[in-house]
Write a protein that binds this ligand. Structure first.
Ligand SMILES: C[C@H](O)[C@H](O)[C@H]1CNC2=NC(N)=NC(=O)C2=N1
Length: 102
């Protein structure tokens, strides 16, 4: 299997424009976004939908949930940092919420 390429500097610089809701994590080649819902049921429903997306992408989040909050961190373990897989999954997650348009 071909190795997964990490994002090059130009792709990295473009991230804020492509994924405005996501932030680069200090000291780690990863992006993070926090989500807040009405209650646990809505948060967990969102997580279930993200889980299906993750399986479809064969790319899986690091995440946590506290009642109505979900925090998702994306990085590519097989690449040792950010790759296009993270960008694709982040965009798909944003699209679940009706954001990002394409
Ligand atoms: C074998 C399988 O395709 C890999 O282990 C996938 C699974 N999900 C993954 N998810 C993430 N976030 N990074 C990976 O490198 C990764 N690799």
């Amino acid at each position: 299997m071909a190795p997964i390429a990490r994002l090059d500097p130009a792709a990295r610089a473009a991230l804020p424009g492509i994924l405005p809701g996501w932030s680069l994590i200090e000291g780690r080649d990863a992006i993070r976004r926090g989500f807040r819902f009405r209650d646990f049921s809505e948060a967990f429903g969102f997580m279930a939908r993200v889980a299906l997306l993750a399986e479809k992408h064969d790319h899986h989040p690091e995440w946590s949930n506290v009642w109505n909050r979900v925090e998702i961190t994306l990085t590519t373990h097989d690449a040792g940092g950010l790759s296009e897989r993270d960008v694709a999954l982040a965009r798909a997650i944003d699209a679940l919420l009706g954001e990002g348009g394409g």
